[in-house]
Design a protein around this ligand. Structure first.
Ligand SMILES: *Cc1c(COP(=O)(O)O)cnc(C)c1O
Length: 344
């Protein structure tokens, strides 16, 4: 076994390293001081991303967390309420930022693998009554990380959009993996621009850029967002080196996400056939979440795989998450299957 040992990193689609082509693009980027609005490569990335989704403007930020938190700050006032699924990244994995940055409360709903619908949402939109925080924003995630990479189609989002318009709420998309959803559904990204007031797009997940996310919205939103980014310490200077990686990622790495989805499906099928695996969530995109049999603790399983060079994350007491990405190939997958099948 040792002679064939490989390193396979299934922890996240954030672990990818820039390819030679991406590095070339970064090294030859024209840069300037972005706080003065003078980095042409940043401007190009912002405009390019906005154009894909048919939105007016974009703002390049260091992380998806920052784009989400800026959006929430812009769409709420203190004492108001954000509605999202209980699995939402904005609630679970952003350090309590909604309370800290926006002084807003959160109404958690229990959707279908992280996906909401109008019937679920409507009873939780507060009436105009001083006992209740004012409901002002709905956040959807697409794809849903904790939903095992589940996705919405634009047809499923449309009724939520109509409810928001009817009730006067804003609608934000945590689109950290929006291109995974788009590749799978073949929906037109411009439909997203028509429905959402804000969209966060990550370049550092499946698209393979080292750093960065873009917040999209109206010119008015982005004007306000720039102030919030500054106060969060996110006014960056020659960020064009990073933006160049983002442009390269948009030009080269979207369609290939289908390969990640295919590998994840095979991985899910293999995992489903293992005697010590109790269940596997449906594999819709590039995330495979499965539950181990009662006798196996997820920490022990992760440690065991680690000894064989396979890195992955626990996702709960008996739960494991595998994520496929740009830096995986079929021989790594074969090796993973071999190791998994040797476990009892
Ligand atoms: C990764 C991720 C983000 C943003 O993460 P950063 O690490 O801050 O870039 C936001 N939402 C979801 C669903 C994510 O998976």
């Amino acid at each position: 076994m040792d002679e064939k040992r490989m390193t396979v990193d299934l922890r996240s689609d954030t672990v990818t390293r820039p390819t030679p082509g991406m590095l070339d693009a970064m090294m030859s980027a024209e840069v300037g001081d972005d706080v003065f609005g003078e980095d042409e490569t940043v401007n190009k990335l912002e405009n390019k991303t906005a154009e894909i989704f048919g939105m007016e403007a974009g703002l390049f930020c260091p992380s998806g967390t920052m784009t989400n938190q800026i959006a929430i700050k812009c769409f709420t006032n203190p004492l108001e309420e954000v509605i999202c699924d209980e699995t939402a990244h904005v609630y679970r994995y952003e350090g309590g930022g909604i309370a800290f940055n926006s002084s807003a409360s959160v109404r958690l709903l229990y959707g279908d693998r992280g996906r909401l619908n109008p019937d679920l949402i409507e009873p939780h939109i507060n009436p105009d009554n001083i006992h209740y925080p004012k409901s002002s924003l709905i956040v959807l995630e697409n794809t849903v990380n904790r939903g095992g990479g589940s996705y919405y189609t634009t047809d499923q989002i449309a009724p939520i959009y109509h409810l928001c318009r009817l009730k006067g709420l804003s609608l934000h998309l945590d689109g950290a993996r929006i291109f995974n959803a788009l590749v799978e559904t073949k929906n037109d990204p411009k439909e997203y621009g028509d429905m959402f007031d804000g969209i966060s797009v990550c370049l550092s997940k499946g698209l393979g850029a080292p750093v960065g996310s873009v917040l999209l919205g109206s010119k008015e939103l982005i004007h306000k967002a720039k102030r919030v980014r500054k106060v969060m310490g996110g006014g960056w200077r020659q960020a064009g080196f990073m933006a160049a990686a983002g442009i390269y990622a948009l030009d080269n790495n979207i369609e290939r996400l289908a390969e990640d989805h295919k590998r994840a499906k095979v991985l899910g099928e293999t995992v489903g056939g293992l005697s010590y695996v109790k269940s596997v969530m449906p594999v819709d995109t590039n995330i495979v979440i499965f539950e181990l049999d009662g006798h196996y603790k997820s920490e022990d399983f992760v440690e065991h795989l680690n000894h064989s060079g396979i890195k992955c994350n626990t996702f709960g007491k008996q739960m494991i998450r595998f994520v496929t990405h740009l830096d995986l190939n079929d021989s790594m997958l074969e090796y993973t299957f071999e190791i998994l099948k040797k476990i009892h």
